[in-house]
Ligand binder design. Structure first.
Ligand SMILES: [Zn+2]
Length: 208
């Protein structure tokens, strides 16, 4: 039975790497995959920070994902699995199209993305995925806050300062200031205390 699964995690937790691993395993098992991405670091490919890449269809807000898949099937292509990276950037309507791909076309969909933005609010596409998915799975957290706690929240810094307002999606730098992201624990996200403001001696030490 085809299912819609949403794998979510923080930045730098290996979402794209896992998407590519699932793609690799599916192809090895003789399955046909369609890879989708948007606003990816490299454009036209799903790329992971450990160096894996795979060509992917780049979608934007106007892409009808259901029509795209239905068209491929009508033209005789076989598709077993749709893998959607950067799923937080899909629109709620596109998430409903992903559900239709599962329910009407019988094709498995596995979506990978962030749950929340730098203000700790859910991305609209991620919220719709949580609402509609057959399964939601939190990816293991391997990014740690500078204090040693689990890095559960995404912080945005501009010119080294943590910011809590601004556009939800920003590509590139802002007014000449370097825009960056850092994963923090909830406490330090709420305090606005990034690594650059950390005391010299971390207050919490965790094994490993
Ligand atoms: Zn912390």
């Amino acid at each position: 039975m085809a299912e819609l699964t949403f794998f979510h995690g923080t930045m730098n937790c290996g979402k794209s790497t896992m998407a590519l691993q699932i793609h690799h395993n599916a192809v090895a098992a003789g399955k046909r995959c369609v890879l989708l991405t948007r606003n990816d670091r490299a454009g036209g490919v799903i790329s992971s920070r450990i160096g894996l890449t795979q060509p992917a269809l780049v979608i934007d807000d106007t892409t009808d994902l259901y029509a795209e898949l239905a068209g491929r099937l009508e033209s005789g292509a076989r598709v077993d699995i749709v893998i959607c990276d950067e799923a937080q950037f899909t629109t709620p309507a596109q998430v409903e199209q992903l559900a239709d791909i599962v329910d009407v076309l019988g094709v498995e969909v596995q979506a990978f993305g962030l749950l929340t933005d730098f203000t700790t609010r859910m991305f609209p596409g991620s919220r719709r995925l949580v609402e509609l998915a057959d399964r939601c799975q939190q990816l293991p957290v391997d990014a740690l806050c500078w204090c040693g706690r689990r890095g559960t929240h995404n912080a945005r810094t501009v010119g080294g300062q943590m910011v809590t307002t601004g556009e939800q999606v920003v590509v590139g730098d802002v007014d000449g200031d370097t825009l960056a992201y850092e994963v923090l624990c909830r406490r330090h996200h709420r305090e606005g205390r990034t690594r650059s403001l950390a005391p010299a001696e971390p207050r919490v030490r965790l094994a490993g």
